[in-house]
Design a protein around this ligand. Sequence first.
Ligand code: CA
Length: 744
Amino acid sequence: MKNQFSLSIIVLLTVLLFSFQLTKAQQKSGKTPNVIIILTDDQGYGDVGFNGCKDIPTPNIDRIADNGVKFTSGYVTYAVCGPSRAGIMTGRYQDRFGFGRNPLLAPNDTLQGLPSTEETLASVLERSGYSSMALGKWHLGTHKSQYPLNRGFDEFFGFLSGGHQYFPEEWTLNDISEIKAQFDGYRTRLMRNNGRVDEQEYLTDALSREAVSFIERNRSKPFFIYLAYNAPHAPLQATEKYLGRFNHIEDKKRRTYAAMVSAVDDGVGLVLNKLEELDIDDNTIVFFLSDNGGPEQHNASDNGLLREGKGSLYEGGIHVPFAMQWPGTVPAGMVYDKPVISLDMFATAVAYANAMPLNPIDGVNLVPYLSGQKEGVPHKALFWRKYDQKAYAVRKGDMKMVKYKSENDELYNLSDDISEQTALDLTGDKHYDDLKALYAGWEVQMQDPVFLGLMQNKQYTQLHSERYQIVNPYYPDVLSVKIPEGYELVWNDEFNVDGLPNKEYWSYETGFVRNKELQWYQPDNASVKGGLLCIEGRREQVKNPDYNRRSKSWRINRETAEYTSACIKTRDKFSFKYGIMEVRARIDTSMGMWPAIWTLGVNGRWPANGEVDQLEYYRHDGEAKLLANAAWANEKMQPVWDSAKIPFSDIVAKEPDWADKFHVWKMEWTEAYIRLYLDDELLNTIDLSKTINADGTNPFHQPQYILLNLAIGANGGDPSNTSFPRKYEVDYVRVFQQKNDKNL
Ligand code: CA
């Protein structure tokens, strides 16, 4: 109760604060600012021009510091990638939600990554009307529920793992389903939104290009870009374009590292140029920082004067190059030396977006401090913890207490010892007692890690023998049947025996059948091979044996059919009432194709017998759509439809290679409703209290039989410019019913 009370006070105060934070630029434009976070990976503190780097020019990254402020005491919340990113993305110390380890690549594990209780900056900004894009390295979970589009982002271009190869020829794995070991994640094709694309550019260049394109497309609305370059993280790989700039560097490692930083710098230049060209630079907050310090031995980075590097709680691990610009609002050319932390980006962004995070945040809006509106320091103290190593650090003012790989606490005065060379005597030091008490007060609020991390890779694999076993979306399913809880498998065809479809299960439609479609149905076009039923659409002429040009029926007055295909059905062989039917298939989306998965009631004339279409793909009002419907009869024996129509363009926008993959269509049928799903997403619920035929009968309270077919023409569109043959492949059909409730 007490907590709730104080929380609501905080929320109230925050609301009041936010409402007073319109800046001059905002008053002028009346707009909420765009936010861009440019994050590099494993870059050393000393490896930017604005921190004095001599051998790697970074003129564009330096522009951010020149246009705004460089933070000389800028920190991240952790000394390696994953937890640091979790802090950035939530504005909260990641140990608050048990993210104290680097997450593993574990596509079946919903817990490896950001907990569902946490909001990303994209989610919060979305409530204020922002569009958002994540680019590059994600590293916040590889389960589907953790994909950027499921964590508040509108777009994604990049990869899920903790690192990646830079050259397209090394992206040899289709996607996460082909991964067999933790570091295979470096070799997957890149993702666009939820699907995979064939990218041809050097990774860093591709990320820059996509960021610029997003700015172009979203120039007129507020946007948030999380541009997470994986450069200059290992492997050290650069193109000649960038390597050629560093012939003066003899050390090959440092030379490649320099080239990688230079590629990022070019990308930062493209982003800044685009903002200026569109005249939105003074309405855009741009942050630049590295996710942790440089691992100097590993990638030839340079943390300058700072002690140690990546992984360490000495300054070299957590004290990073950090700059920010907001022209017109934050003074240009400023140097700010008070300690700030990556969490402050979230706090600053939401303050000016007038967006309200649901969770209390640890960051501070920096702008009032930079503009001089607020005196003092943004943070009373900053904290770090490495749970597995029992290591920690706390900084207040210039004083830092740290325990890292040592038996005892150490105390440093960073104002004259930034390299942490001379540990001060602890006995009786009032700073020490103060820092110790502050840390203890913070630490009790933290949670133990909720998942095993990179350091426990082996242990995790031993505990999860099926760690990487997920269905490969591009291939037939070879895993065992997954039976829904409380159900049993009552009928299935896995199409695992090559040859003709099983004649115990399936019969055929023949000739011209319905809807003035163009194809002639014949058994010859259905075959089973390699674990799949293949229905082939062909351009071939068949003479109509019933032809009579005087007939009024299209089935008879057509002399020939120009196309053939197949329709198979379980009529008189299998039907079922209530249960779950699941079909995994890869459909052909070419012009003219009309593939379908559907069921019909065993008794009565259509549509009074009841029709359910788990899938129809056709052109409706000239636009390709996926449909999920049911139909019954009105008094004129015309169909009454309950229909969901999903534009195919929406599906491809989220998943560019959707048509290359198999998908699962599911019908969940009870006495009360029929629910139709695509890949577990509910498309349509049909309320069976409304599906009453004109004669008072309910067609969905009788058994239905299954049909699979590829129609050509009619609603499918004109196939005359489409190449043939076309393929509609079905991996399996499964029917489950509740135990002790068989309604066959
Ligand atoms: Ca890193």
